[in-house]
Design a binder for this molecule. Structure first.
Ligand SMILES: C[S@@+](CC[C@H](N)C(=O)[O-])C[C@H]1O[C@@H](n2cnc3c(N)ncnc32)[C@H](O)[C@@H]1O
Length: 206
């Protein structure tokens, strides 16, 4: 799918559906929060939530005192929804509307978080572009927490095909600059009670 078509797809999804009408909705991103706390208890750590959409992870990170948070998403409508929900607190967050496969970061972050974005990149060139952005947006010592559908997870999401991974195959695809420090798995229950297996890879940049 070209970048323009991806943008249009995700804008249409967020324009048509309320938060709790999308399969990936979570009231609290417990697994992500737990991993962020583990890898960086220091609340001054910088965090970027890539493809954060309208996720409430940002709300919980703010509530826990994380002070340097950025949310990036291809869909401006999703970011606007989070900004509205957060009201005054939205000013504490940096918001970036961009396609991760053609984005040049202007700074670096200590923690890169992605839940259910990389798995939509099913073509090598898009995966390579994501990995290049990850490399440009981090320094040695940084951590990437990347969650995708597991090998026994669904093969589609939001009407699009996805690439499924184990933590090991995900680490192998991300490449030699990052090594698998730990992994977690989650059975996500959608708002309509379907069960989806996610794998979380915690990758440390050498
Ligand atoms: C399945 S949703 C997950 C949202 C959020 N991470 C969560 O867990 O609630 C995928 C998100 O990735 C965003 N997205 C898809 N392709 C993208 C791309 N190429 N660049 C940036 N964001 C993208 C979508 O707009 C959507 O918000």
């Amino acid at each position: 799918m070209t970048s323009g078509r991806q943008h249009d797809h995700w804008e249409a999804v967020y324009a048509a559906k309320a938060d709790a009408e999308v399969s990936w909705y979570q009231e609290h991103s417990e697994q992500s929060l737990q991993l962020v706390r583990q890898v960086s208890p220091d609340r001054r750590s910088s965090i970027i939530d890539v493809g954060g959409g309208a996720s409430r992870l940002v709300d919980d990170l703010l509530a826990e005192g994380y002070a340097d948070i950025t949310v990036l998403d291809i869909a401006e409508t999703a970011l606007a929804r989070s900004r509205t929900r957060l009201a005054d607190k939205a000013n504490k967050v940096r918001w970036i509307a961009a396609d991760i496969t053609c984005w040049t970061p202007l700074r670096t972050w200590e923690i890169w978080h992605d839940r259910a974005v990389f798995h939509f990149l099913t073509e090598d060139k898009d995966q390579d572009a994501y990995i290049a952005a990850l490399g440009a947006a981090t320094l040695p010592g940084a951590t990437a927490i990347i969650a995708t559908f597991g090998l026994d997870g669904p093969d589609r999401c939001s009407g699009l095909p996805v690439q499924r991974y184990s933590a090991t195959s995900l680490a192998a695809r991300i490449g030699p600059h990052f090594s698998l420090a730990s992994e977690a798995s989650e059975t996500h229950v959608t708002p309509w009670k379907a069960r989806q297996h996610f794998v979380y890879a915690v990758l440390k940049r050498a």
